[in-house]
Design a protein around this ligand. Structure first.
Ligand SMILES: [Zn+2]
Length: 383
């Protein structure tokens, strides 16, 4: 029998490091959490990185090559500069012989290291790159609105832009195949919706913007998840291919390989290619909302055998950034978003809200993911 831990009772999984900071987590009689059970029962048995996975994916790779043989590029790959997207570009080109057009969406928050890593991959693999720059005034306005709304997932505007820009580009330019760096290896523990609500629920985004935004969003890339799952999938015929689940993808080895071949430099933490995300994950959410997204990242790595539970406990016991850096970043982000430090501090101290406080399409989206789960298209837990 599993039970939902009460709000006052602290519990941490005995197998990974997910804990009751996720309000809906449940534990079995051995103290193992439902993310772990889900991984062992549903994800792991269907995950074949290596020969079986490669054999399974070859028919689609051959189809991509065949259909694209007279075109300049046969597929589209989004690159953020992070490890997943950099490594998938390398695998697509060097292991599978694909000829991708690379796509980058610049939301105004690229770290210097992120920019340099993108360049290294593009030049090292001799690829073509298209960059879409999001209108900064609109980006800023939507980010300000999210901060004022007091929901925890203030990275939604950035996430939505990255997602929408590439699929809108694919639809407009008739790309049928989008290769993504999404993977089980580092992302099998999908954070609770209380931590990160669907950034592609545009009903939700628009409601928050209507209540707290000041400017009209004229060019902001916006692709709703329901449009993506229906029109883009079935009318435009866009297919998303997750190559990294078919090959061995061990984070430490991938970093070494990219470094040796292209001089690609490691980040101290996942998602640190964006200065905003670094601030958001290492300061805003742990300090204001009392959850640490590293729990999900490290737990994924524990489950996929890349980190021991003790290492994870050691890492999570210390913040990723020191106090002085965090303070500097607080002021940097406030200034960049046109908040005074006082205004930003007030928001930080303000009452926290959740996605349920604003209009949303939760019902339809979760219905969609439940159907995907029944059909075996999605094995991660959504709740
Ligand atoms: Zn667990």
């Amino acid at each position: 029998m599993s039970k939902v831990a009460s709000e006052t009772e602290y519990q941490v999984c005995t197998n990974c490091i997910m804990d009751t900071s996720d309000p809906k987590i449940t534990f079995d009689s051995n103290g193992m959490c439902d993310y772990c059970t889900n991984f062992y029962e549903l994800i792991e048995p269907n995950w074949n990185p290596g020969e079986i996975g490669v054999n399974k994916i070859m028919p689609i790779i051959n189809k991509i090559k065949e259909e694209g043989k007279d075109k300049e590029h046969d597929c589209l790959i989004g690159i953020s500069g992070g490890l997943d997207s950099s490594y998938v570009a390398y695998i697509a080109v060097k292991k599978f012989g694909l000829r991708p057009l690379m796509f980058h969406c610049d939301t105004g928050w690229n770290s210097d290291l992120g920019v340099s890593n993108i360049q290294k991959i593009i030049e090292g693999l001799n690829l073509d790159l298209v960059t879409e720059v999001v209108n900064w005034e609109e980006m800023k306005d939507l980010q300000r609105a999210f901060f004022k709304s007091q929901v925890p997932f203030v990275d939604t505007p950035q996430d939505l832009a990255l997602f929408s820009a590439i699929y809108n580009f694919a639809a407009k330019n008739n790309f049928k195949y989008v290769i993504t760096g999404g993977n089980i290896s580092t992302e099998c523990v999908r954070e609770s919706l209380d931590w990160t609500y669907f950034s592609t629920d545009t009903k939700h985004v628009k409601d928050i913007h209507k209540k707290f935004g000041d400017k009209e969003l004229k060019t902001f890339p916006m692709c709703d998840i329901l449009k993506y799952k229906t029109v883009y999938r079935w009318i435009n015929g866009i297919q998303v291919i997750k190559l990294l689940d078919s090959v061995p993808y061990i984070k430490k080895e991938a970093i070494k390989e990219l470094n040796r071949l292209f001089g690609w430099q490691e980040y101290p933490q996942k998602h640190y290619e964006s200065r905003f995300t670094r601030f958001f994950e290492s300061f805003w959410t742990p300090k204001k909302f009392h959850f640490d997204k590293r729990r999900a990242y490290f737990s994924s790595e524990i489950l996929t055998g890349q980190m021991t539970r003790n290492e994870a406990i050691e890492r999570i016991s210390k913040p990723e950034l020191d106090e002085i850096t965090m303070r500097n970043e607080f002021e940097y982000v406030a200034k960049k978003l046109d908040f005074t430090v006082d205004e930003f501090e007030k928001i930080f101290q303000g009452e926290n809200k959740s996605f349920k406080d604003y209009k949303n399409n939760y019902f339809f989206i979760t219905l969609g993911t439940k159907i995907s789960k029944i059909l075996g298209l999605e094995n991660r837990k959504f709740r």
